[in-house]
Design a protein around this ligand. Structure first.
Ligand SMILES: C[S@@+](CC[C@H](N)C(=O)[O-])C[C@H]1O[C@@H](n2cnc3c(N)ncnc32)[C@H](O)[C@@H]1O
Length: 271
């Protein structure tokens, strides 16, 4: 249970599966920014808050046997999942570190790239963590972050009032119990004080119909998160059921289009 409580969304198998769907939806964007950052064979990379390692394993394949990926996370379950994935994909260039990014020092230095995705949203002091991670880069090393800039962009047409209520409730609860879900707005202006020079900030949102693969990503989150909020007593079980019904109705309606939360892709360089 202590392991479960250590991460707002849990470290159970369902979360590992959700993170896998999420990675497959985002994979082409991630591969593209890694290519633009210049990541190549032999690079040493930090994957900060690696989770079960869906990105870690892809990164390890790119940097190859002469390179190294340092996966930092405080979850034992997730680190075990990376070990299993590395065995399946025959990768021996990943170092797993049990690190609390909020309180622990970064265990490696002089790396070529730091990648951090969907982690600052859980940090009490995201700018402090940014500074620690930037200090682990060699001069000229790359910093790549994928995190939310405006979660409230998530919406449905035709309009779904219960789902709109879900978005507002989730943002409020996130802020009270996890961190700032629109944290990219804090990271961008803090880059210079962390010794980083912005190369490019790119906002990304998808407009998905239920027939698109991208639909599968919020599908693994919205009804399950409403249920989690009900289990914690934040909302009623009836309201969580209403959210699930509204989701199913939207999914069945051939006119439905959904905009996903606005994420900011940040590519920067250590000066
Ligand atoms: C939404 S998941 C993202 C996982 C991965 N970056 C990805 O893109 O699939 C957030 C991750 O941050 C980790 N995390 C949250 N707070 C942390 C902390 N204080 N120190 C280290 N890891 C943390 C969680 O254990 C989880 O693996």
């Amino acid at each position: 249970m202590a392991e479960e409580r250590s991460y707002y969304l849990g470290t159970h198998d369902a979360e590992t599966i959700r993170l896998g769907v999420q990675h497959r939806v985002w994979r082409s964007h991630v591969l593209d920014v890694w290519r633009r950052a210049g990541i190549t064979t032999g690079w040493r990379a930090i994957d900060a808050g690696s989770g079960p390692g869906h990105a870690t394993l892809d990164l390890a394949e790119i940097v190859g046997p002469e390179g190294r990926v340092y996966a930092l996370d405080r979850s034992d379950n997730f680190r075990n999942a990376i070990e299993a994935g590395a065995r399946v994909r025959g990768l021996a260039n990943i170092d797993l570190h049990s690190v609390d990014l909020g309180t622990d020092p970064i265990p490696v230095a002089g790396v070529d790239v730091v990648f951090i995705r969907w982690v600052f949203i859980f940090m009490a002091d995201p700018v402090g963590v940014l500074k620690k991670l930037a200090a682990a880069l060699r001069p000229g090393g790359r910093f790549i972050c994928h995190d939310y800039y405006n979660w409230g962009v998530m919406s449905w047409t035709p309009q779904q009032p219960v789902l709109a209520e879900f978005v507002e409730t989730a943002i409020r609860d996130w802020l009270a119990n996890a961190g700032d879900i629109n944290v990219a707005r804090r990271i961008l202006p803090a880059l210079p004080e962390a010794g980083l020079r912005l190369i490019e900030a790119r906002p990304i949102t998808f407009c998905a119909s239920p027939r698109d693969f991208a639909w599968q990503w919020p599908k693994t989150f919205v009804p399950a998160h409403a249920r989690r909020l009900a289990e914690r007593g934040v909302v009623s079980a009836e309201w969580a059921d209403e959210v699930a019904r509204a989701w199913n109705a939207a999914e069945k309606d051939p006119r439905t289009l959904m905009t996903t939360p606005l994420l900011m892709e940040i590519l920067a360089e250590r000066v």
